[in-house]
Ligand binder design. Structure first.
Ligand code: NAD
Length: 320
């Protein structure tokens, strides 16, 4: 039986990845600084560890009878645009320490395969209508936020250890990912969950506040598609960073319309000042497509699976 360590298993994508690895027959250890808020872990073993400490990374990586076959590093101090723009120092400090220690000890302890979760935040801002950007075009670098700079540096750490050890390193740059069992309130939630929450809280015919003028273009990737991409990439020969994202690009206003449609409500928007991030996105998926990956969920199908879960959380929180 293959063994896998999932760092960040108490989080959104890490929690879904644990389920995928269990379905694939792995023995899984999950580690995180906190337990999963929305679902009991399906890992065979779950450890609460602060991975900013080197000794805790060694503890996470230590396995009776040898090393883990695969390590998936998804732990990060992260959130949506509201968090990214206010917690710059925490992101630069905490996520950097996790990646510096985890990569160093994983290589030193002989881990054969190591996955690092990067982000399309490593790219510069784009204008609507620009041609697709490839992975190589992240350099010369000009990320819009410090979260992107941290990811870029952590990619470089992982690639350096990949070159100077026997550890095979795989790096995905995720587009926005959404789905059930992700943060939906509290300040770290990302746009799809925040919009689902606002629509769930609104009356039919009501108005919700949306940051910016609603024209920013994004793609949103349903979590099941993301997890399939992670798994395919980890077992491939693709070196260097690989974009993973749904090729359907929509404006923030179109995201609101989709959520309202799924909710069966008429919703009006009031655009207010707030941290929006970049104006536009359009990335090449040629590398991940070369492995046979495709997005199986368009935005509507993904929201049909996400909105009812967020709506239930809203209902339960009102009752509590
Ligand atoms: P998440 O916040 O739900 O998960 C990250 C987990 O890391 C959390 O459970 C958190 O507690 C844990 N963590 C933070 N500090 C830790 C520490 N010191 N020690 C141990 N664990 C710690 O986020 P997510 O959406 O599941 O993202 C997973 C990864 O994917 C992150 O690296 C993130 O940057 C990356 N990513 C996510 C998206 C997205 O849209 N969700 C997009 C691009 C990249």
């Amino acid at each position: 039986m293959k063994s896998a360590l999932v760092c960040g298993a108490g989080g959104f994508i890490g929690g879904h990845l644990v389920k995928k690895l269990k379905r694939e027959g792995y023995w899984v250890r999950g580690v995180d600084i906190k337990e999963h808020e929305f679902a009991p872990t399906q890992a065979d073993e779950f450890r609460l560890l602060d991975l900013r400490e080197g000794a805790n990374c060694i503890a996470a990586l230590t396995l009776d009878g040898g090393t883990f076959d695969e390590v998936y590093q998804l732990a990060a101090d992260m959130g949506g645009m509201g968090f990214i723009h206010t917690a710059e120092c925490e992101i630069m400090h905490n996520s950097m320490l996790i990646n510096v220690h985890m990569t160093h000890h994983a290589a030193g302890m002989g881990v054969p395969r190591y996955f690092f979760s990067s982000s399309v935040c490593v790219y510069r801002d784009m204008q609507p209508g620009e041609p697709e950007m490839t992975e190589a075009e992240a350099i010369p670098a000009n990320p819009d936020n410090e979260y992107g700079w941290e990811k870029l540096y952590s990619e470089r750490i992982a690639m350096a250890y990949g070159r100077h050890s026997d550890m095979k390193v795989r790096i995905a740059r995720f587009q926005n990912c959404y789905g059930p069992e992700g943060t939906w309130t509290g300040g770290r939630e990302k746009a799809p969950a925040a919009i689902c929450r606002k629509v769930a809280e609104a009356e039919d015919g009501g108005t919700i506040e949306v940051w910016g003028d609603g024209s920013a273009i994004r793609s949103y990737t349903y979590v099941d598609d993301m997890v399939e991409g992670i798994y395919l990439l980890m077992h491939s020969d693709l070196e260097g960073a690989v974009n993973i994202g749904n090729p359907e690009y929509v404006s923030v206003d179109e995201l609101v319309d989709t959520v309202a449609q799924v909710a069966g409500k008429t919703i009006h928007t009031k655009h207010i000042d707030g941290p929006v991030g970049v104006q536009s996105r359009n990335f090449s998926n040629a590398r991940i497509y070369s492995l046979g990956w495709k997005a199986n969920y368009d935005l509507k199908a993904g929201i049909e699976r996400t909105y009812p879960w967020v709506e239930k959380q809203v209902r339960q929180s009102v009752k509590a």
